[in-house]
Design a binder for this molecule. Structure first.
Ligand code: SF4
Ligand code: SF4
Length: 292
């Protein structure tokens, strides 16, 4: 089996375009699809999914609750909270969206007036079918923590599909950056497709994503998106050469890409003869090599 993470150090470089189109093009390889951006999921929009086969409540939020019958307003809890989740006006109060449930306030409270409630709703995991394979996505509720754990839960569901023999390979559309969600996406993956644009800032972000992949022993490959927007820049190619990375494809800038998103279709279905789709077909042939 292969677990292919589509990642980049920054957002907006085309990860979801690559992930959705590869999902279509690799359908015959028995794939499951994971949208691993719990804070801003979008693959379901590209797949035009409105209904879920299953929606699971994700209960991972812990929250401090004050018993005002015991509290004498000494403010020790406010001093102890490094997350600045406690403030006071007439009495101490908890900012629920900032509370991480760490319990420090409970420890310092001399009147045992604070309890930590756990297992509160913080998001949803949603499972559906697409014509290309089973699909799992998630959504973290506003201001809730532990997006990385939520992505891990999603991946566990998708790995279950492999154990059941339902799929053989996974495509994981990672979040932007190198934070908890991306760490959860990379953890246990086999290959990473790092999407970059030919700009200095994208090169810097690519380098961070590459280091993360190396740390997790995930075999990295590069795709250059909007490859023709900065013809004098060859930093991505130099980076690939210096680090022994294979560039498995270059996708030229194409107005069909935003149009396909507006019409909620994967690019290779919306505009299969476009220059960007043809580039993605070549990339999928390269991906098939490491799937085989
Ligand atoms: S549980 Fe932690 S984060 Fe929440 S209010 Fe108490 S000290 Fe602050
Ligand atoms: S530490 Fe306890 S008693 Fe003091 S203000 Fe906080 S909740 Fe009230």
């Amino acid at each position: 089996m292969a677990e292919i993470v589509v990642a980049s150090g920054k957002g907006g470089v085309g990860k979801s375009t690559v992930s959705s189109s590869l999902s279509v093009l690799l359908k015959d390889k028995n794939i499951g699809i994971v949208d691993a951006d719990a804070e801003a999921p979008n693959l379901h929009i590209i797949f035009d999914l409105n209904k879920w086969d299953e929606e699971i409540e994700y209960k991972n939020k812990s929250l401090a609750v004050i018993d005002y019958g015991k509290c004498d307003n000494c403010l020790k809890c406010e001093d102890a909270c490094v997350y600045e989740a406690i403030y006071h006006n007439e009495r101490v109060r908890i900012k629920e969206y900032l509370c991480e449930g760490c319990g420090a306030c409970k420890v310092v409270c001399p009147r045992k007036a604070i309890e930590i409630k756990s297992g509160l709703l913080s998001g949803w995991i949603r499972i559906s079918s697409t014509p290309y394979g089973p699909f799992v996505t998630s959504e973290l509720d506003v201001g809730q923590p532990n997006s990385g754990k939520l992505v891990t839960e999603e991946k566990n569901i998708a790995r279950g599909w492999i154990r059941e023999g339902r799929v053989k390979n996974l495509i994981v559309d990672s979040a932007a950056g190198i934070g908890c969600q991306v760490i959860a996406s990379m953890s246990g993956a086999t290959h990473a497709i790092l999407v970059a644009e030919p700009t200095e800032s994208s090169l810097s972000d690519l380098s961070r994503a590459y280091n993360l992949a190396v740390h997790f022993r995930v075999k990295p490959y590069i795709v250059i998106n909007k490859s023709n927007i900065n013809s004098g820049f060859n930093g991505i190619n130099v980076f690939a050469r210096e680090n022994g990375l294979e560039i498995i494809g270059e996708i030229p800038y194409d107005r069909e890409v935003p149009r396909s998103m507006a019409y909620r279709r994967p690019l290779v279905i919306f505009s299969p003869k476009s220059i960007s789709s043809r580039a993605l077909m070549e990339i999928s042939e390269n991906v098939k090599k490491f799937l085989d």
